[in-house]
Design a protein around this ligand. Structure first.
Ligand code: GCV
Length: 677
């Protein structure tokens, strides 16, 4: 009897242990029960991608009969698809098998989010052709700006040992439409192009291929010289050109659908064509010529700035605009959303729309280098949308960045969008459970940039946690406000880059780096003095406003018409300047930092109320992260207000929580997190 009880007890415990919720399943939590049987699935052919689509249905689809059909007539949908209900069954049709797989994931998403699956009449066409993750993964397994552990890629073990996570990674990407990946850091090791590494890359490409994912590599401009001892890496040197042609042929022999190269050149110490007195166009074209016979492309980054007296926010524009029209047609210029560097809020990069004869693409950062790493809950869809929806006015009103880059207004041959990945080998992939939502949001927006942040959050919450409305509603509210909250407690009103140097985690507005580069120092960006604070980018200052198309040059050039959320980005504003709500700038600054902290505390309270809807493991992990976020928010608020107060010489308003820290102590904090700038 005793034994029997023990068995019963053990038996009851099994589900508990196997259901440990570690977040590893991401948003892919389709019902575990069996899906439809093979006879309820009509499809011809036996292609690896189609087989995955069928397997997903057989494992997870609980609805009626399905037909999967490739149709040449759907070519104009690219790798999109249609899903239609028709006399008792559902037909998914696409030109290619990958479209069918995307259609299957769409259908499973509808099922999982309890959406209607009757009378379906869906047509989907992706906004961008190349929807690409940029991994900043180094060959030694570390990840630049990675906060979810080491790299997924086990270079030492490849190509012989294949981690099961490669396939899971590919499946997760395919489920949201991501179809391309740069495997390695843009600060690229020349070794990436060595023969033994190409074998490893091939192994990954073979695993990703059935999921519709193409592999790209970031390349070091000096590779010919470093790897094979050429006299230099000058793009006009015939031997160098030949080297790249041979390298391309070597790559395509192994990986026939290889995507191409991503290049960071003459930026932050990386080599580039300018080392030989050549232009970015000379460098990009040399590589483009090597890749052209195989339909490969070059994504050439515009993230360039040198330690000069010129405002960093102008430099990419000044270097690239004169080169418009000089690039081969398989080159696309990859531009960070803002002109500085992935700040919590930036004005959009004025280079968008300024190149009329050269394709442009946006680069977002999904990893939270400047947004609290994987400790802070910050949902980035609103940041991505704010940028994509920005009207550049380049070709008249309505010239949004989305329309400039997706081929609507400028007939780009290549359209693409990139996100710097936040993925590592942590069990839950992204460190913070909510950071999974940023990977998801990037993929969904790359597929359809018209989706709202609200819809993306809604889907993600339902798929990742539960459909219960009492959970979905408050969590959505929290997510949708979280980016603005982070801006408020870190850098409100257009402040930017006042981070501690190197790791970029905490505040260091006092950082002046007298011996380092001024453009890596906070005081360069906020310019606080007895009169006020903010970077004057108008005619009286750097005149970066002149790079924007009318009427934005006027709007941003005038303190009265500049949106207040960017006022310190464009103007040096007096402490007593009257804001729209009647407060002075100083009061408004205090108020913003304070509201940021208060919001995080609200998130904590709201999260605590949701305990019954969430498994223990994820509930606790998120709770602990929110505690860190709250502490950090207070740290940011105190550091910035106490420091700026030494200039404003004004009291912190009474209705605002008084600082709990002391400025001199805060200045002593030195986190040991490494890194260069
Ligand atoms: C990959 C910022 C980051 C660097 C990064 C660089 C870039 O400066 O701090 O780590 O380097 O951007 O995007 O090239």
């Amino acid at each position: 009897m005793k034994n029997f009880r023990l068995y019963v007890l053990l038996f009851l415990m099994i589900p508990l242990t196997t259901f440990a919720e570690d977040g590893s399943q991401l948003w892919l939590r389709f019902p575990a029960k069996h899906g439809i049987s093979a006879d309820k699935m009509i499809s011809k052919g036996n292609n690896p991608t189609l087989n995955i689509a069928k397997k997903e249905l057989m494992n997870h689809w609980q609805g009626q009969e399905i037909e999967l059909r490739t149709e040449k007539s759907l070519k104009n949908l690219k790798d999109g698809y249609t899903i239609k209900s028709s006399s008792g069954k559902i037909i998914i049709a696409a030109e290619k098998e990958i479209g069918l797989l995307y259609g299957v994931y769409h259908l499973l998403r509808l099922q999982q989010t309890h959406s209607s699956i009757t009378n379906l009449n869906i047509t989907e066409k992706p906004s961008y052709d190349v929807r690409i993750l940029n991994h900043w993964d180094n060959l030694d397994g570390t990840i630049e700006r990675g906060y979810a552990g080491h790299s997924l890629w086990k270079w030492e073990d490849l190509p012989n040992t294949i981690s099961p996570r490669y396939k899971e990674y590919a499946r997760a990407n395919a489920s949201i439409g991501i179809n391309s990946v740069v495997l390695n850091n843009v600060n690229a090791s020349p070794n990436m192009l060595r023969k033994d590494y190409l074998e490893k890359v091939k192994a990954l490409a073979d695993i990703f291929r059935p999921y519709g994912i193409k592999v790209y590599l970031a390349v070091n401009f000096s590779s010919p010289k470093v790897l094979d001892g050429l006299e230099n890496s000058d793009p006009l040197n015939k031997n160098v050109q030949k080297w790249w042609k041979n390298k391309a042929s070597e790559i395509y022999k192994r990986i026939p659908d290889f995507g191409g190269f991503l290049v960071k050149a003459n930026s932050e110490g990386q080599p580039g064509p300018q080392d030989y007195g050549r232009t970015h166009a000379d460098g990009a074209n040399m590589m483009a010529d090597a890749l052209k016979p195989y339909n490969g492309i070059v994504m050439w980054r515009a993230f360039v700035y040198s330690p000069s007296n010129e405002d960093r926010a102008k430099q990419a524009y000044l270097e690239f605009v004169p080169l418009d029209g000089k690039f081969r047609d398989n080159v696309i210029i990859q531009i960070k959303n803002g002109p500085i560097d992935f700040q919590p809020r930036e004005a959009f990069n004025p280079l968008f729309g300024a190149l009329k004869k050269t394709p442009e693409m946006v680069e977002f950062q999904i990893t939270q280098e400047y947004l609290g790493f994987s400790n802070h809950l910050v949902f980035l869809a609103p940041l991505f949308k704010e940028n994509l929806d920005s009207d550049t006015h380049a070709l008249g009103q309505g010239s949004t960045i989305a329309k400039i880059t997706d081929g609507t207004l400028i007939k780009n041959k290549i359209t693409a969008i990139a996100g710097v990945a936040n993925i590592g080998e942590d069990t839950n992939w992204t460190g913070h459970h909510f950071a999974q939502a940023n990977w998801y949001a990037f993929g969904r927006l790359a597929w359809n940039h018209d989706l709202s942040s609200e819809q993306i959050a809604d889907e993600w919450i339902k798929m990742t946690f539960t459909n219960q409305q009492d959970f979905v509603t408050p969590v959505k509210k929290l997510m949708l406000s979280s980016r603005e909250t982070a801006v408020d407690y870190m850098m409100p009103l257009g402040l930017h880059h006042i981070f501690a140097s190197g790791h970029h985690y905490g505040p260091e507005p006092w950082g002046d780096y007298k011996n380092g580069r001024p453009d890596w120092s906070p005081v360069y960006y906020h310019k606080a003095d007895a009169n006020g604070v903010g970077f004057d980018r108008t005619k009286t200052g750097s005149n970066a406003v002149s790079l924007y198309f009318p009427p934005l040059n006027e709007t941003y050039g005038n303190i009265q018409t500049t949106p207040e959320n960017l006022i310190l980005w464009f103007h040096h504003v007096p402490w007593n300047f009257k804001m729209k709500d009647g407060k002075t700038l100083w009061e408004e600054l205090c108020f913003k930092y304070d509201i940021g902290v208060k919001n995080v505390r609200d998130y904590q309270k709201n999260w605590d109320k949701l305990q019954t809807y969430v498994d223990d493991e994820r509930f606790k992990s998120i709770k602990l992260k929110l505690e860190i976020q709250e502490k950090d928010a207070v740290w940011w608020k105190d550091a910035c207000l106490l420091y700026f107060q030494t200039f404003s010489k004004q009291a912190i308003p009474n209705n605002i929580e008084k600082p709990v820290h002391n400025l001199e102590n805060l200045k002593k904090i030195k986190l040991n997190m490494g890194h260069h700038n």
